[in-house]
Design a protein around this ligand. Sequence first.
Ligand SMILES: Nc1ncnc2c1ncn2[C@@H]1O[C@H](COP(=O)(O)OP(=O)(O)O)[C@@H](O)[C@H]1O
Ligand SMILES: O=c1ccn([C@@H]2O[C@H](COP(=O)(O)OP(=O)(O)O)[C@@H](O)[C@H]2O)c(=O)[nH]1
Length: 437
Amino acid sequence: MEIWDESDVLRREIFRPHHDIDVAGEVESKLRAEIDVARAKTERLRGEVRRLEGELTNKSLRPIVPEVLKALKPYLQSPKRVIIEGVESLLSWPLLTPVLNFLRPKYRNPFPIFSSIIFLATTLYINELEISISLRHRCERRGEEKTEAFESKPPSLSDTEISNIIALMGTTVDPSKDAVESFPGDKKISVVFVLGGPGSGKGTQCAKIVENFGFTHLSAGDLLRAEIKSGSENGTMISNMIKEGKIVPSEVTIKLLQKAMIENGNDKFLIDGFPRNEENRAAFESVTKIEPEFILFFECPEEEMERRLLSRNQGRDDDNIETIRKRFKVFMESSMPVVEYYDQKGKVHKVDAMKPVDEVFETVKAIFSPFNSKNQSEYHHGPVLYLPFIVLCFNCLLLSSSPFTCNLSMLLNKIPGIARYSKVTGSTDQPVEACIP
Ligand SMILES: Nc1ncnc2c1ncn2[C@@H]1O[C@H](COP(=O)(O)OP(=O)(O)O)[C@@H](O)[C@H]1O
Ligand SMILES: O=c1ccn([C@@H]2O[C@H](COP(=O)(O)OP(=O)(O)O)[C@@H](O)[C@H]2O)c(=O)[nH]1
């Protein structure tokens, strides 16, 4: 706590003498924005670090040290923490342990390997930060845009890198917490992924498919926006990612999709706007064990999508020109590979989304025809749904025929309350006693 409070002093001590750089002000606020985005992930990774801390004392885990180093990078995304932990690690670095032992006889470092790793990771991170900051200063001197210079070497990992690390770490989701039930084993779930650039008309066509083919529409973007509104602990992180047009970590989106599917209970789902990258796709398939029936892919030029998004008027934070351009870039770089993956498997149905809404739906209808229309599917279920009613009618018929009435009366008479009712009202044609052999 003492070290944390003195972080500003420490930061100045570390950066100023060597690099003549003031990390306060604009650079720091940029870093803080990055920290906000990374906070949720960092929380989870911190748990992992604690687990690894214990496990690293076991010699058999030493070969994974380079991987642990990599995994620690996002944990060190906060410069404050980097410095504080750097200093802490330095103090507990094994080479210094004898000195410290001499100075403070009670001092013992229980995790020498882990401390070394933290120290190395810290050094690496500070180097990266240093490069980024000096790059910014050089560009500033040349009169270039400050933000561009900064963004050219952000001191954080990309989404894909973070996702890879999360995948590498394996257990970032605590199974005891927020566990999602699995699908009922006997139920065959059909899933269609609806993909296309932002504003290509996915949501519009999904609404029509729901009306005509009895599917349930799950928009990953809508689920994420609902999660923000619900005040969940991931809300700020999701909101920042959406504002930046970035892809929310798979574990968050998949958990929301899986929950919505289980709660809904239907067996046919349109999943709109997901998977958005290869990692989303692989994680969904491995978590849910569901392979999509096919992919409905809306092709639309960027100028048209841009025009549509700017006139969408749904009050969305990300429908502004700056974020729209970022979303287009993410779509081309991260989402198109998913379409290509399924295309190679012969699962993609491409639809020209430039046409008017109804014409687009004509093409969509032809693709969905094997799924039967909603009415037909209700018809198939008809006899099952009406079974109780049919049985009731059948019973009424039986009551009106005397031999059956007799048998039925015999049965009813064995139930005291009903027997009395039957005798008193004389609801059968013959006296009840006469029927008993
Ligand atoms: N075929 C179309 N022609 C013209 N405008 C369309 C068409 N399809 C959708 N739109 C409009 O474009 C905007 C974006 O459509 P939407 O379905 O929300 O896209 P997405 O879900 O792919 O982001 C909406 O305002 C919608 O009314
Ligand atoms: O699986 C998903 C779906 C959406 N998003 C985020 O939600 C935003 C809006 O997505 P949506 O599908 O609602 O809108 P679209 O971009 O298709 O117009 C995206 O830019 C992403 O930031 C995400 O991270 N993962």
